[in-house]
Design a protein around this ligand. Structure first.
Ligand SMILES: *[C@@H]1O[C@H](CO)[C@@H](O)[C@H](O)[C@H]1NC(C)=O
Ligand SMILES: *[C@@H]1O[C@H](CO)[C@@H](O)[C@H](O)[C@H]1NC(C)=O
Length: 318
């Protein structure tokens, strides 16, 4: 749900790291962890419910639902509602919907972790050595600079992230902990580590602060004899005006946090409220299964007309 270039660093996939370690972001925005909308589709309920479907089901599942008959679609929705109602009291609250949407939006993150899970001794947990060997092989011990990549630094960084993800401190990662390792941006307890990693990337003289030159140097390298482009001048002004809040000439950790982790719009919360509000017939701020099924087409899609008739046209004719 969050995206930024910084997150590709570290996560331990050698080529990805190596590439990211040399590439510069093209603008300061690429460093920013932003809340993304829950779907690429525009959110206009007067046209269709494509956005709501993607939010409630996740993009892939929403597509599958589009192929179902209305009856089948309702049957499956009914089973989903039982899961969404996590305390089983017969009501779906905004909070429960929020947790559900969060889960559907993160599904790919869990799939990704599954795919990259390295557990050579099948213990159900991943030790640092298992991870390191599978990811870096003998390069983990390669201190010769021939490749142009600083493997020692990459391994050190991954090891620190590994420890940060090991929440129960048993020295190994369980699946859930591994998800925090591969996608730290999704987890509150990993955010400090992301700050540290980003700080290290930009803070070339390692004094714990970002100077304006380091800030600009992160995104721009002057060519011989080239005069400073306008966008760089603008960024210089931004640094002084906005990034350096306490006006001491440099950006500290707290100012860095304000920059890369701004309090954004909470798409998940907004959607959870929206779904409840629209279908809450008796206005008690929560939904029964009946209320959801009565407004089922808002939650899930289905090929309401011409079912199975023309699959290639299904996207246009919602
Ligand atoms: C990892 O690699 C090292 C060096 O090749 C080896 O000694 C060690 O047994 C390996 N550990 C695991 C868990 O595979
Ligand atoms: C279902 O949701 C739509 C959202 O646009 C709303 O207009 C409609 O009144 C809802 N129907 C019921 C039965 O609540």
């Amino acid at each position: 749900m969050l995206a930024a270039r910084v997150l590709m660093l570290g996560a331990g996939f050698l080529l990805a790291i190596a590439a990211a370690a040399v590439a510069k972001p093209n603008s300061p925005d690429e460093r920013v962890l932003q809340e993304k909308p829950l779907s690429d589709k525009s959110h206009d309920d007067h046209t269709d419910f494509g956005y709501d479907h993607d939010a409630f089901l996740g993009g892939k599942q929403a597509e599958d639902f589009d192929k179902l008959s209305p009856e089948e679609s309702k049957t499956r929705l009914s089973m989903i509602v039982d899961k969404v109602d996590s305390d089983g009291d017969g009501y779906v609250t905004v909070e429960e919907l929020r947790a559900w949407i969060q889960h559907t939006q993160r599904r790919w993150v869990y799939e990704y972790a599954d795919k990259h899970w390295k557990d050579s001794d099948n213990s159900g947990k991943m030790s640092w050595e298992e991870y390191r060997n599978a990811t870096f092989g003998s390069l983990a011990f390669d201190s010769s600079p021939t490749s142009g990549y600083d493997y020692k630094r990459m391994v050190g960084r991954d090891e620190r992230r590994f420890k940060g993800a090991d929440q129960n401190g048993d020295g190994e990662l369980e699946k859930e902990e591994f998800v925090a390792f591969t996608h730290p941006e999704e987890f509150e307890h990993m955010k400090d580590l992301i700050l540290t990693e980003t700080m290290e990337d930009i803070d070339k003289n390692q004094d714990g602060f970002i100077s304006v030159d380091e800030y600009l140097g992160d995104m721009y390298e002057p060519l011989e004899g080239e005069s400073e482009p306008d966008w760089v001048k603008t960024e210089r002004e931004h640094f002084v005006k906005f990034r350096d809040e306490n006006q001491d000439g440099k950006m500290d950790r707290q100012e860095m946090r304000a920059w890369i982790m701004p309090a954004g719009y909470d798409h998940v919360q907004a959607e959870a409220k929206h779904l409840v509000m629209e279908s809450d017939k008796d206005k008690d701020d929560k939904l029964t299964k009946e209320e959801i099924l009565e407004n089922w087409s808002m939650f899930v899609g289905s090929q309401a007309t011409n079912y199975g008739d023309d699959l290639t046209r299904k996207h246009e004719e919602l």
